[in-house]
Design a protein around this ligand. Sequence first.
Ligand code: C2E
Ligand code: MG
Ligand code: MG
Ligand code: MG
Length: 287
Amino acid sequence: RAKADGRGSVRLFEPAMEAEVRRRREVELELSAALENGEIRAYFQPQMGADGTTVVGCEALVRWLHPRRGLVSPGEFIPVAEHSGLITLLDMYVLREACRTARAWPGIKLGVNLSPADFLSHDLAERIAAILAETGFDPSRLEVEITENLLVGNQPEAISILARLRAMGMRIALDDFGSGYSSLGYIRRFRIDSLKIDRSFTQNIGQTDDAPAIIDCVVRLARALGVSVTAEGVETREQLRYLKSVGCHNMQGFLFGPPMPAADFEAFVRRQGSADDRIPHRTFAGA
Ligand code: C2E
Ligand code: MG
Ligand code: MG
Ligand code: MG
């Protein structure tokens, strides 16, 4: 028994692998249908300024309102979408929804996530430009969030797409900074405009001795390079106090608000106040 041979082990794993393949295929089929029938929504999570009270922006985060399974989180279907080639369709859908909605929120910056797989579409920049034109969204209010693994390997195609996005006036943010192959060299080379410190660092404030020093260091370096810093995953007053003390530019986390439907985000901004008081009252029709 203990000396189980290779064939035995393979047979042991087969049913599980088959089930996984089947699950992925199911999710894939359902997801492409969901993109056509309105089950895919953009939720918006507030981003606060350095004072921790003014809303300066939001991040669009995809949600799947599944008729049977309820609200499904991206962690469950983004990996499937990335493997199946649906991801760019999904990301462009979320971008369009988010731009259409956030257009009515003057002074509020919009963050949208892109997957490394999106950069395999050679016409990505043109597709994004078309969505901005169609929705009338001001590119200077748009910040595309990319991850460090896109930058590993220096693919010339990705570099040229990023350059085209910047040329249109968009900002480029490096998401989950510190969680992967972080290199400060990337900031310069890829002309990154802002860093989003991974929530594992934020959440270690007050828990481990080195977390505050790392954040302090990242904020200082970012300031020196003229890059802005957003702390992700802010959940406690203690974390907020520390982040304010080191001069972190922006903050995002459940302490302020979770990702929410557009109407709730509008209500949140009205209650909380934003850098711009022109947020209209009750003009929002959809959910
Ligand atoms: P992300 O871009 O780093 O987004 C932040 C995630 O942290 C979100 O999870 C958000 O709900 C969660 N979060 C925010 N504040 C807190 C907090 O205080 N505590 C904790 N524990 N979590 C917090 P979500 O919405 O489940 O998204 C997970 C990831 O899925 C995102 O990470 C992003 O990488 C990806 N994603 C989401 N929407 C899209 C999309 O439209 N396109 C692509 N390509 N990826 C997306
Ligand atoms: Mg993000
Ligand atoms: Mg992140
Ligand atoms: Mg992420």
